[in-house]
Design a binder for this molecule. Structure first.
Ligand code: MGD
Ligand code: MGD
Ligand code: SF4
Ligand code: MO
Length: 675
């Protein structure tokens, strides 16, 4: 019997906020998705998805999937809702937003959204048009990557790195503050390819991560001490004349300033600050300069710090010092977003000038009575701020406000949705059209809907179209279909897009931007159109909340990393089938810190600071440095007795200019045995 007779295969692309943007094949039978596999021909997916997305169909058809709009009937946070119809839901939201526009003004409305889907259409095209037309308060989507980007662009003139796939050509690979094996797993085979050709792989991270365990060398530096390591390396490069004078002369400015800063950082001093044996710093500098092509790979690890920009700038200067950009597979490989920004036709929505807030400050914004006007309505989509935003108690204090009208659009009743007045059911990537760019490689992909929407769920775009219509917005931009939006994005004369059209994407599923393998993006820096690279002095500065400074009552530094293979940010923390074996979040401590507090593995402990407290089971882990503790990110509130997760402890401070990520990692805590 041929079971496949009625089956069709539909190609799509993963929507998650993950650098890999995998391409998949969905098998559909009688209208139901019955199988999902990584596409074998897609150059980075190569037939493999990942442990979380292998189970995506369970998520699509999950019993907890939201299938109708809901209206709150119990206290905020209680999770008591009644189903309502779409017309009723849209009319009540439109009525409330209209009243706010007529009363305190449109800026009393705030949209909150991030990268729940990073598809270019569903991420926010219609929502951005809607809120711009309304004149609502705008959101700076800066939780991830913006600080790293600014740090790199300060040096390079653009945030552009080399194609990460070309790391296969490198001989020295520094994985600098990135947990590749977990967070960017489809890059790993290219690293292994380099290794097979003799490359040495070095991890620079305060934690002996899964990636560190796979690497040749781990430089387990003290958190936030990267600038001292970079300067120590440059100091050796100068002393041993391993500097590429020609490259520096032709392609950079500011070398004298960097040089002077490096001369203040002999390796002994760098060793004291970083906690790394000075002889190993010498080895690292020599290897980096001599075994070229040398590649630095980084994503966002070190950016979530007060000195984040400087750290990212310091790392970005290293390739110029040794002329690594001369070689294919040499230089810095970071987010590839900028290639797609250049290539595609991304049009900013039109509307009046309006105030804008950094999304990390949500707790402060919702509880600030001094704002003019104060925030009276919050519309959340593609995000779960009750879990992902720092200073969680303050966020919850805001979400609990009876006078705040909150709408959440999601696929599940998330911790944020529970505090909402109206909850709207969103489609998943299997149910809507999208165009997928990537921040980890150079392939663009078309995601075709494979099945009809589950229940009454709707794409984000359609929800904002209906809202716009209900509020009398008749601009033709709201009439555009999802396919119109994709075609508009592709409507670009940029040479990177030559030969790539909606039709070719439909036929092939994906396309590589027109960039040759082995591309050297700065080969002619300073000679032709690009400005010279700007080298400058950097100075190691300890963060505000570090031991020995600031609050001595909280002597331990808290890390809150992505750690579980079946989590993707906050997407799966509420699903027991995605939990690690322990079944709950734990706090890991170094043996010395545990012993000093009379804590043994398995004890129930309280992790606390002036922002909040969590009761967790202790794990004693020598992979951490002393005075560093770690709690995994992504768990939902139900996982702890307090009904909170790790961001209850984290620091929501952002740079003074409100641009860039929060200082999540500038967080001090104390751990005590629970009584
Ligand atoms: N302590 C700590 N905090 C962190 C981090 C950390 O490492 N530690 N990491 C930070 C980083 S790097 C990031 S990127 C942020 C992530 O923050 P977010 O982008 O907010 O998190 P996600 O969990 O990826 O996605 C949020 C929601 O989007 C929903 N969603 C998915 N697809 C769709 C869709 O098509 N439509 C709608 N309406 N909803 C959809 C999902 O169901 C999910 O509930 O968190 C930050 N917060
Ligand atoms: N499985 C899985 N994959 C994911 C995600 C997920 O939740 N789960 N999330 C996705 C998202 S949104 C993002 S942004 C990426 C993030 O991808 P990465 O940037 O690779 O991951 P992070 O865990 O944010 O940080 C990387 C490392 O930085 C280290 N670090 C912390 N402070 C410092 C420091 O001061 N110096 C140095 N050198 N290192 C430091 C941390 O210990 C951590 O191991 O991952 C994506 N991929
Ligand atoms: S989450 Fe990342 S690794 Fe997993 S399928 Fe999606 S893009 Fe690929
Ligand atoms: Mo992120």
């Amino acid at each position: 019997m041929n079971n496949d007779r009625s089956a069709t295969v539909v190609r799509g692309a993963c929507h998650h906020d993950c650098p890999d943007t995998c391409v998949w094949n969905v098998t559909v039978q009688d209208g139901r998705a019955v199988a999902l596999h990584g596409n074998r021909d897609h150059p980075t997916t190569a037939g493999q998805l990942c442990p979380k997305v292998n189970r995506l169909l369970d998520r699509v058809y999950h019993q907890d999937r939201l299938t109708t709009p809901l209206r709150r009937v119990g206290p905020k946070g209680s999770g008591s809702f009644e189903p309502i119809g779409w017309n009723d839901a849209i009319a009540s939201i439109a009525e409330r937003l209209t009243a706010l526009c007529d009363g305190p003004g449109a800026e009393s409305i705030l949209q909150y959204s991030f990268a729940g889907t990073q598809g270019m259409v569903q991420k926010g095209v219609m929502a951005d048009r809607f809120f711009a037309a309304l004149g609502a308060s705008d959101i700076k989507r800066h939780l991830c990557g913006v600080t790293a980007r600014i740090g790199a662009a300060e040096v390079l003139g653009t945030p552009m790195g080399f194609d990460p796939q070309d790391i296969a050509m490198a001989q020295t690979i520094l994985l600098w503050g990135t947990n590749t094996y977990l967070t960017n797993r489809h890059l790993w085979p290219f690293i292994e390819q380099a290794r097979a050709n003799g490359a040495v792989v070095v991890v620079i991270d305060p934690v002996a991560t899964a990636t560190a365990q796979k690497a040749d060398e781990l430089f387990q530096l003290k958190p936030g001490s990267d600038v001292a390591l970079v300067l120590g390396m440059v100091n050796i490069l100068i002393a041993e004349d391993l500097v590429d004078h020609d490259w520096i002369h032709s392609n950079t400015t500011g070398w004298d300033d960097l040089r002077s800063a490096a001369l203040t950082m002999p390796v002994e001093r760098a060793g004291r600050i970083t906690g790394i044996d000075p002889l190993r710093i010498v080895w690292l500098a020599r290897t980096y300069a001599a075994r070229q092509p040398s590649a630095i790979r980084t994503l966002v690890g070190p950016e979530h710090r007060k000195q984040g920009r400087d750290i990212m700038a310091a790392i970005t200067m290293l390739p110029a010092v040794v002329g690594a950009w001369r070689h294919s597979g040499g230089g810095l490989a970071r987010s590839t977003s900028v290639y797609f920004e250049e290539a595609l036709n991304v049009v900013a929505p039109e509307g009046p000038a309006r105030r804008s807030f950094n999304m990390a400050r949500l707790g402060e914004i919702l509880t600030d009575k001094g704002l003019h006007p104060t925030i009276q309505a919050l519309v959340v989509h593609n995000s779960n701020p009750a879990v992902i935003a720092p200073d969680q108690n303050r966020v919850i204090e805001g979400l609990e406000r009876e006078d705040l009208f909150t709408v959440t659009i999601d696929q599940f009743l998330t911790d944020t949705a529970r505090y909402s007045d109206i909850v709207l059911p969103a489609t998943t990537q299997l149910e809507h059209l999208d165009l997928a760019d990537s921040w980890g490689h150079l392939y663009l992909a078309l995601n075709k809907p494979a099945i009809e929407p589950v229940g009454q769920s709707l794409p984000n775009t359609e929800i904002f179209r209906r809202l716009a219509n209900a509020m009398g917005m008749d601009d033709p931009v709201f009439a555009a279909t999802d396919e119109d939006v994709v075609r508009e994005l592709l409507d670009s004369a940029h040479p990177l897009m030559d030969g790539i059209t909606f039709e070719t994407l439909e036929r092939d599923g994906w396309a590589r931007l027109n960039i040759p393998h082995g591309h050297r993006p700065y080969l002619r820096a300073g000679v032709e159109d690009r400005p010279k690279m700007r080298l400058r002095a950097v100075e190691y500065r300890p963060g505000d909340e570090v031991p020995g400074r600031g609050a001595s009552a909280w002597p331990l530094q808290l890390l809150s990393p992505k750690q579980h293979t079946k989590f993707l940010n906050a997407n799966y923390g509420g699903f027991p089938e995605h939990h690690p074996q322990a079944g709950q979040p734990v706090v890991s401590l170094h043996p010395t810190d545990a012993q000093a507090r009379g804590i043994v593995a398995g004890d129930e402990v309280r992790v606390h600071n002036d922002r909040g407290s969590l009761t967790l089971e202790a794990v004693v882990d020598p992979a951490l440095l002393e005075r560093t503790v770690s709690i995994p990110f992504g768990w939902w509130h139900a996982a702890t007795p307090e009904g909170r997760s790790v961001n209850v402890l984290t620091n929501a401070t952002v740079p003074d200019d409100d641009i860039g990520s929060a200082f999540f990692l500038e967080t001090l805590v104390e751990v005590t045995r629970a009584e």
